[in-house]
Design a protein around this ligand. Structure first.
Ligand code: CAA
Length: 295
């Protein structure tokens, strides 16, 4: 039996967190979104407001609906504002240490019956569940970027997850209009298990001179019907995030297909994190992206 969810806490208002918060508010939930400081919170809420305004401009929603969604979202920098949430979803940086410290602190504050969920892309859910103080009420809820648009949520059951918490998470994702697919707690789950080696192979294909950045992307769009080429998608996901995911997967499986290609490693050293930093396989400083001549 699924638990009743009315109020949802979202930790982090970055690339994923702001979208997760918006989707929950659009589904009618009260949402509290927490960031580390006022500036980060303002940026995250600003992103949501921009998306809501775009939907009104395009005639996809009315101003009243957009205002109602915005009205259901409360921003905070204080964990205590999440105390009475029924479900808390974390979308902070992909660092196990940071997540573990956060859950320990939150367990003291948030009501004991609440379900905790991680949006991790690759880390083992059990490692977080084990320190959360509520291992039976801990799940993975893995959204895809942009969370407002992508239909899938992977619902991850770890060895300690209770039937009730799992049913709650499945039901919650469905109530947001998402396709909820259950997956086991294996690094990368379903999508990243397949997507990450593909993105890394695109980098290797570039290194081997199979094609230019643009040629590889255009080929996969026109030849395989993908909405974005793999190097554009790597920039879109964030090269730092891709780097963290593949490190975790390499550690877990020890297979070359999950290893960082040298080009990715060098780009990260240069601070080229993809679209979010303005530079990746493409340079985003102009009106339209152009291939980065530095790689
Ligand atoms: N928020 C809300 N809506 C957005 C949006 C956002 N951030 N970005 C795009 N949209 C909406 C647009 O408003 C538009 O809506 P309408 O069709 O109703 O007008 C629609 O999405 C299409 O957008 P665009 O016309 O601007 O551009 P597009 O057709 O190129 O689509 C895209 C953009 C949806 C991002 C598409 O390129 C796409 O699907 N790309 C692949 C994305 C993908 O693979 N994501 C998964 C990454 S892996 C991951 O996230 C997991 C992980 O752990 C790493």
């Amino acid at each position: 039996m699924a638990q009743q969810i009315e109020k949802v806490g979202v930790l982090g208002a970055g690339l994923m967190g702001h979208g997760i918060a918006q989707v929950a508010a659009q589904a009618g939930y009260q949402v509290v979104v927490r960031e580390v400081d006022e500036a980060a919170l303002k940026r995250g809420i600003g992103r949501i407001e921009k998306q809501l305004a775009r939907a009104v401009e395009k005639g996809k929603s009315t101003q009243e609906e957009a205002d109602a969604v915005r009205g259901r979202i409360q921003g905070t920098i204080d964990y205590r504002d999440l105390a009475d949430c029924d479900l808390v979803i974390e979308a902070i940086t992909e660092s196990l240490q940071a997540k573990l410290e956060m859950w320990k602190e939150l367990n003291e504050i948030i009501k004991p019956e609440a379900v905790f969920a991680t949006n991790t892309s690759s880390l083992a859910v059990i490692d977080q569940a084990a320190v959360s103080g509520r291992p039976s009420r801990f799940v993975g809820l893995h959204y895809f970027n942009p969370a407002q648009v992508m239909k899938l949520v992977e619902v991850v059951r770890c060895v300690t997850t209770s039937d009730e918490a799992f049913a709650t998470a499945m039901e919650f994702a469905r109530s947001e209009g998402k396709l909820a697919i259950p997956t086991k707690d294996k690094a990368g789950f379903i999508v990243n298990r397949l997507l990450v080696p593909y993105l890394l192979d695109a980098v290797r294909a570039y290194e081997e001179g199979v094609g230019s950045v643009g040629e590889i992307d255009e080929a996969m769009k026109a030849g395989a019907g993908h909405p974005m080429g793999p190097l554009t998608l790597a920039d879109f996901v964030g090269l730092d995030t891709l780097g963290s995911i593949c490190d975790v997967m390499f550690d877990e499986f020890r297979e070359r297909r999950f290893a960082r290609p040298p080009t990715l490693r060098k780009m990260l050293s240069a601070g080229w994190f993809g679209r979010k930093s303005g530079m990746g396989f493409y340079d985003y400083s102009g009106e339209t992206p152009t291939e980065n001549p530095g790689i």
